[in-house]
Write a protein that binds this ligand. Structure first.
Ligand code: PMP
Length: 404
């Protein structure tokens, strides 16, 4: 067992009674398992406290409205937003990016303008911008990576021009685990007058995030990777930007006044939350934030960094394994076993109760840049420990034996 891990054991497996003994769940980057506290919050939300929000004058609805808005305040505090009005509840990071692409980019961009992405982006931080570019006549540029798989900020600095109006980058890569210096990226974007959106999906479960300290304009994440429920996520936007953006969808709740002659819209965040929201999802997200902050993101980061170091060291010692991504990747280890398709790797590991992800991880341009079709990816969460790394390494040794 790694001595580093022994220094920082989280020992929270008991909070996850649904994880069976002996199962090495190493797919947290896709979605995290849920602590009982989140399951209980959701059960209570749909149980004895359930009612709609914002409309009812009866007590239970008023109480649920308070709980829903308390979740918004909790999220604001969690990421350092200036006010809860800057927190828009959406279905997930994908919807958050689509919202900005539709309500900011497609409105603001003109032919000749440029959008800067990076080579390691998730499809959900590529395709919405392609759609916005098509609508507005803007063009897309791609920032390259360093040889160890980080977004190359020196290259970004030299590539950015005054024609770039938007930069959109992942805070942590879902494939390589590379961590972006998001403050420097924001500074570089602002230097040329561009706005910057940070995709924080893989960052919020493992790094303390403060949008004010980063200095970005938009920040997005999904609750389900943060030990919370699916179907809810967050768009944070600077208040002055959100208040100038048109609505995303029309319907109930997002209006100020409706008549057939003229409809006016509610201020943010209500303007962007048409229809009955995912009320219980917000309560689950609140419980998830309480959970991770109860452990402490600094401790989570140290814990996962130790697991990554241990896994990289031991996998790297196997001749058959080629590790991808930087040494200090956050919570995520991507690799290929030479001569074995990652799907075969994942299938054999599953026979030994080790759950990893194999595929392109919704990052096909990155796969092309790496010169691979797919990778095997092990990703860690608070519930993992040295035994999971051990099971992973044993599994890969078995793969190597089977494939000779
Ligand atoms: N960005 C990154 C970096 C991700 O890892 C993911 C999820 N794999 C997404 C965006 C999209 O998140 P969701 O599917 O929850 O909307």
């Amino acid at each position: 067992m790694s001595t580093v891990i022994a220094e920082a054991p989280l020992d929270v497996l008991a909070d996850f009674p649904a994880i069976p003994a002996g199962w090495a769940y190493l797919d947290t980057a896709a979605t995290s398992q849920k602590p009982q506290a989140v399951v209980d919050a959701i059960t209570r939300g749909y149980g004895e406290t359930y009612a709609t929000v914002h409309r009812g004058v009866y007590q239970r609805s008023a109480d649920m409205t308070l709980a829903y808005e308390a979740a918004r305040r909790r999220v604001a505090g969690f990421i350092g937003a200036a006010t809860p009005d800057e927190i828009v509840f959406v279905r997930g990071a994908t919807e958050a990016i689509n919202l900005v692409a539709e309500c900011w980019a497609a409105q603001q961009l003109k032919p000749g303008d440029r959008i800067m992405l990076s080579m390691l982006e998730h499809h959900s931080n590529i395709v919405p911008w392609q759609m916005a570019a098509e609508k507005s006549g803007a063009a897309i540029d791609v920032c390259p990576l360093t040889s160890d798989g980080r977004i190359d900020l020196d290259a970004l600095e030299s590539l950015l021009t005054e024609r770039h109006k938007l930069v959109a980058l992942a805070h942590v890569s879902n494939v390589l685990g590379s961590v972006l210096d998001a403050s420097r990226a924001s500074e570089l974007a602002h230097r040329v007058g561009a706005k910057i959106l940070i995709d924080g999906c893989q960052a919020v479960p493992r790094l303390a995030v403060d949008v004010a300290a980063i200095g970005c304009d938009f920040y997005v994440f999904s609750a389900h990777k943060l030990y919370g429920p699916t179907g809810i996520g967050v768009l944070w936007g600077r208040g002055d930007l959100l208040s100038r953006m048109p609505p995303y969808q029309g319907g109930g709740s997002m209006i100020d006044k409706v008549s057939f002659e003229r409809t006016t819209y509610a201020p943010p965040p209500g303007r962007f939350e048409a229809g009955t929201p995912h009320i219980v999802g917000a309560l689950g997200l609140h419980a998830a934030i309480d959970y991770v902050e109860g452990i402490g993101l600094d401790r989570i980061h140290v814990h996962e960094a130790a697991l990554v170091r241990d896994a990289r060291e031991r996998l790297g010692a196997l001749n058959s394994v080629r590790l991808l991504g930087p040494e200090d990747s956050a919570g995520i280890v991507s690799f290929v076993v030479e001569g074995v398709h990652p799907h075969d790797v994942a299938t054999i590991l599953d026979e030994g109760q080790v759950a990893i992800r194999a595929g392109h991880h919704c990052a096909q341009p990155l796969m092309a840049a790496l010169g691979v079709e797919a990778t095997a990816r092990a990703s860690f969460g608070v519930y993992n420990g040295a035994a999971d790394v051990e099971a992973l390494v044993k599994g890969i040794e078995r793969v190597t034996r089977i494939f000779g």
